[in-house]
Design a binder for this molecule. Sequence first.
Ligand code: AMP
Ligand code: MG
Length: 399
Amino acid sequence: MLSLEEAKSRILAALPQMPVEEIELEFSLGRFAASTLVTQIDLPPFDNSAMDGYAVRSDDLKNASSQHDVALRLAGKIGAGEGASRVEPGSCIRIFTGSCLPVGADAVVMQEDTKTEGEKIIFSEVARPFKNVRVKGEDVRKGSVILDKGLKINATRRGLLAACGISLVPVIERPRVGLVATGNELRELGEILRESEIYESNRTLLSGFLNEIASVRIFPLVRDDLGMTRKSLEHAFSLCDVIISTGGVSVGELDFIKEAFEAIGGVIDLWKIAVRPGKPFVFGRWKEKFLFGLPGNPVSALVTFLMLVRPALLKMSGAAHIELPTMEGELVDEMVNDGNRRHFMRVRWEAGKVYRAGPQASHMIGSLGEANGLLDVAPEARLERGKKVKVQLWALPDE
Ligand code: AMP
Ligand code: MG
């Protein structure tokens, strides 16, 4: 059986990156930059005031002190968005936060530190050069990198791009991913369960992760029948770049994913990996498209998705970082793997502590409300309480 690492490197090597497209900044949230972005403008683009106050020549105030007031003539006003004017020696100009600094001025004195006497403004302190002045380019220099290739355009990065005037961004196209669930026992939400049936939940579970990475299409339920499975895969491949199926990849005579995939011309690259849960995982290629056949048990589907499919799709989407973030923590509960395959156990990481999230059988999903990460426990390992471990997180604890 393949190790997780072998399976992963084979999958990553097989998957191409999606093409580049240029899209409006407005629609770029969550997408990955296809190239390193450089600003064509300085931030701020011009010298401006950091305060509401008076633009002055610092030299005019060099003798000002609490014992010695200096009066300057008020020569005008510059509102934010208005063009710069000029400040002559012996005068000052009323200025506001974000207003363009007038030519000749090199400092701004806060309104609160001045007094007004008719047409004169009284100052009783020196003004150091550049005091309360935001200098052109001091924040972001024209020509500097504002987003590295492969980084996600999140809310703050998108705000920075907007500030730099970037309205079109090159990103990697999102893969179109189809979700297919197989099983005679599965029912759609809203239907009434008969005895021996369960609500289908894998497509919902996985689409919650996928929506961030891909454009997702959910296909109708597939019965455990070779013909129907074939038709469903064919249909899904006609609309998607990648299919993620769940169920029907084991060795039972009602498991049809592999057979149906091969029947439509798919080539299986790997099947079965040495992890728990999630052993019966299949990966294959159909023309230039790909199948990830996940086991049906929801936790097995989750673990194989997070460990193998998510990084693969992130690679296709042009992401520089494809792994789940990890957090270190101290075990509060002992974790025991008495099996001979490494076990990805559901845990909750919170404030540096790691708790076991309920029973660990692969069909038991009650713990999914509590768990926010996976702990990789080696075969036949016993991790004692208090041990420092690394958890791969899929959510933050306070979410
Ligand atoms: P299978 O991999 O098809 O043998 O299914 C393994 C277990 O997972 C069975 O108990 C199924 O009922 C369950 N299962 C399969 N698919 C789903 C699904 N889409 N949603 C919830 N449970 C499922
Ligand atoms: Mg099944």
